[in-house]
Design a protein around this ligand. Sequence first.
Ligand SMILES: Cc1ncc(COP(=O)(O)O)c(C=O)c1O
Length: 443
Amino acid sequence: MDKPICEFLEKYNNKNPIRLHVPGHKGKSFLGYERYDLTEIDGADELYMPTGIIRKSQENASKVFGFPTFYSVEGSSHAIRSMLYLTKIYAKITGKKYKVLSTRNVHKSFLSACALLNAEVEWLYSDNVLSYFSNYLTAKSLEEYLKSSGEMPCALYVTSPDYLGNLLDIEGIAKVAKKYGVLLLVDNAHGAYLNFLGMHPITLGATMCADSAHKTLPVLTGGAYLHLSNEVYNKLSSYVESALSLFGTTSPSYLILSSLDNANDYLENEYKSKLNAFIYKINGLKSVLNSRGYTLVGNEPLKLTINAKNYGFTGQEIANILKENGIYVEFYDIDYVVLMFTIEILDSELEKVKKVLLNIKQRTKLQGTKLAPFKPERALTLQDTLSSLTEIISVENAVGRVYADFNLPCPPAVPIIMPGEVISQNTQQVFKYYNINEIKVIK
Ligand SMILES: Cc1ncc(COP(=O)(O)O)c(C=O)c1O
């Protein structure tokens, strides 16, 4: 598979050009990779109106994935906002109300998109969740919900995989969504690699999907994809580039674009067999850990999520032990530690992770606090909340106040309570549980 963006950069540099264009470093070496750092100069095409090398590269990516694929250099956050704009257009075309049904474990980019675009959001709750950033929506519960629903939403939005590595039954959910004429939008930020296991949300029936290529594939930070099913692409093709342009920079990084471009050939040719071999090894590691007393959660192949309390530790304690041994995890909180693997991890590194984890002596199980499920009352729409004045207060004084923060710490950047909702005593307990002492509320 050719690499049109990489080839352009190489040819350009070989001319030893005097760069009288942006960026300001002019290709001179400060960090060492400035030579490849260009933006949309003559001949380099334009990301949101591509006719040349970017178009060709996106066509390569579409071939690799098997459905229409567009680049983002600003992460899945950008693709998620674009997806919600496209949904708004779809609602206009089909005469439907711009109402989105969503599970509550959403990344903050979904909230800002809905606020900016004034989407009406209806929240789906599920029982027995492992954490506020998980949700176990099933095809059956969706069917029950939609059957008794008065006004149909135009789209359903779900996060799969979630931060703990839980995959939803996208195939079953997609069938139900289709039956009721509801688009299925998937935050697949953690699951770009699932495509190479035949488990990509679009393959399983989703309509639109955002993947952070940079999270699980060998792509530089920021590189992401917006994917559309062929069916919805036929309806919305003339809006896709404007949707991306609406939220994107006019100075896209060619370091990131070339990294996305470079990945296509690797993904097309070597990746699948390497991935299968690697999953075999990870499954081996998971079995050993299970047999030595660890409780692992989630069903995502490349994530290893430890329920730390069941092993007698907090998530932070296990993460610290790993860090003392030079192993840096993706995420931890009081309950869990999340380790994200990809096929680039060496056997020796895998061995070290195993050795360090097995050297941690199991202790008496710590009691997890059972957080009461709560359904907050809404005071303001997301859009009204976004345009309101706010102040920061102590969680101690928060009961009865309206939560107003869109800028949530990442990871996981998932809200405990949505902006515009009223903080109850239950919510206050959850904030305290996660050691959150100050929050932003409506003034
Ligand atoms: C579930 C989920 N969705 C979306 C995003 C946003 O992805 P990006 O950082 O690529 O913008 C993240 C990032 O952490 C995430 O965890």
